[in-house]
Every structure is written in structure tokens, then in C-alpha cells.
Design a binder for this molecule. Sequence first.
Ligand code: NAI
Ligand code: 15L
Length: 281
Amino acid sequence: MSAPTPVPTPTPAPAPRTVLLTGAAGGLGTLMRGLLPAYGYELRLLDMVPVEDEPGALTADLSDRDALREAVRGVDAVIHLAGISLEASFDKILRANIEGTYNLYEAARAEGVRRVVFASSNHAVGFTPRPRGDDPLIPVEAPHRPDTFYGLSKCFGEDLSQFYWDKFGLETVSVRIGSCFPEPTSVRMLSLWMSPADCARLFHAALTADGVGHSIVYGSSANTRLWWDLTSARALGYEPRDDSEQYAEKLIAEQGELDPANPDHAHLGGAFVTDPPRWPH
Ligand code: NAI
Ligand code: 15L
């Protein structure tokens, strides 16, 4: 009989300094490129398209395993944002988000990278009914209820992260991001919004907290209309400072209150729950 697989145990480590940021040309990547260096990080940038004004950025697709090995070599951690960020055909999601995330993790494991911050999404639990009235906040233990193939790929990413922790001791904080944009643009976003500054705070906490193993956290600001429980994010040391409430009056005047009879308003995932699948594959 072979010896049992040792269970990895969290150990404190020096704070990461060099961080690979994938998806650096995207909306969130661009915001984080601006904000994270102030925390002392040296960012290595990667995207499948050239990153504007960043001649040193790596241009590589997540399907290019050799390029990913080189990209992660010598970094202390990875913030993995690259991928399709909305619903798409299953085949496209499979290549970019499922195979692509596997390729990234495999490169990180092979090169001894210690930690990944994985951009999961509220759409991993998008069919969860939103709380109303005195309902409790949605806990991080809520079961996966993906609302799209896109959301399903985020469930895969979270499970892959758990597997790479249990099997190989590679740590991940999976951040189920709500809506991270400069401002909330819908009434639903008043509950899920994460300001860019709070996102940088949360990513910094996820990069530096001790003993995260694989942790799942919700990512949003300290919104008055919050739908989910930030306890596991706060346990990393995250202290959100922003609140979407300053945008509430204007957005509600323009769009009205959420209508519980409308399925797009009744679930965490908003309009993704009624977004038709992209057939054919
Ligand atoms: P985005 O679509 O603006 O950026 C994604 C970036 O990934 C793009 O620059 C794109 O070129 C790159 N990319 C796509 N496929 C790639 C591939 N195969 N190889 C290499 N690069 C590839 O999305 P955004 O808003 O910046 O989101 C970043 C991440 O955060 C995504 O994983 C998204 O699913 C996640 N997220 C974002 C939220 C938000 O509110 N912005 C909410 C929840 C999750
Ligand atoms: C996401 O996962 C998307 O990447 C982002 O573009 C927004 O649609 C966000 O969720 C949201 O639900 O608002």
C-alpha cells in the first residue's frame, strides 16, 4: 500500500513582490495596472492582445503552454484575470476559460509559484435568489448555481483551485467578483459593485494573507444594499472603504426599483439568468 498523500498545511511566507497579471489589457486589468504598483508590486503583464503603452508586456494566448511557463517563471504570485468575461459559446468558453485556466495553473505548479488570485464571478452562483427584506446575506458556502456557460467555467476554476491546493499545495484565493467598474451602472450593481480601489485592496489582501489554502471570497465594496456576506474576504484583512449608495438616487430615478416578478431582478446573476445560450457551438 502506498503512503497517504501528505495534506498541505498553510505556512506563513514572505509577502509577494513580483506578480503576473493576466488579462492586463482588459477593463479590470487596466484598472489594476494603475492601482497595484502603489502597494509595492512589480507587475509582469500578459494578454492575448498587446497592452497599450506597455511595451514590456507579454502577448500570449492562454492556449500557449510554453509561453505561460515563461510568463510565470520567477514570479511570486499570479492574478489571473484573462479569459472570456461574458457569455459565449461553450467551445469558446472551453478553450479560453477552462483549458486556459488549467494551462495557467499547470504552468504555475511546474514553476513553483506559491499563490494565485483567481477572478471568479458572481455568475458561478448566479441562479441564487437575491435576498429580500430581512433575508440573510448569501453565504460564501452557497452551492454553485452557474447561470451561463461562462459561470460554469468559473465553477470549474474554483474547483481546479481547490484541487491544486489539495493535491499540490498551490494556494488560491478565488474572488467571486460582483461588478467592478469605475461606477455602478444599474440598480442591481448597487448591491454587487466593487470600486476599483476596493478591488485593489482585496487583491492585496488576497496576495498577502497567511494560510489561505483555497479560500473563496465575495468581491464587492461595503455597499448599503449588499446581497452577500463579506466575512471570508474580511478574514483576509480586506477592509472595503467604498459604498455604492451615493449612486442610488440617480440610478433608481432612471431605472426604477428591482421588480421581484422579473427573473432578471430576482437572482444574483441578473440578466445572465435569462441570457440565451449561444447555439450552435
Ligand atoms: P475583459 O473582457 O475586459 O478582459 C479580459 C482580458 O482577457 C482581455 O484583455 C482579453 O484580451 C484577455 N483574454 C481573453 N481570452 C484570452 C486568452 N485566451 N488568452 C489571453 N488573454 C485572453 O474582462 P474584465 O472585466 O477585465 O474581467 C477580468 C476578469 O475578471 C475576467 O476573468 C472576468 O470573468 C472576471 N470578472 C470581472 C468582473 C467585472 O465586473 N469586471 C466581474 C466578475 C468577474
Ligand atoms: C461578470 O462576471 C462580468 O465579467 C462583468 O462584465 C459583469 O457583467 C459582471 O459579471 C456583473 O455581473 O455585473
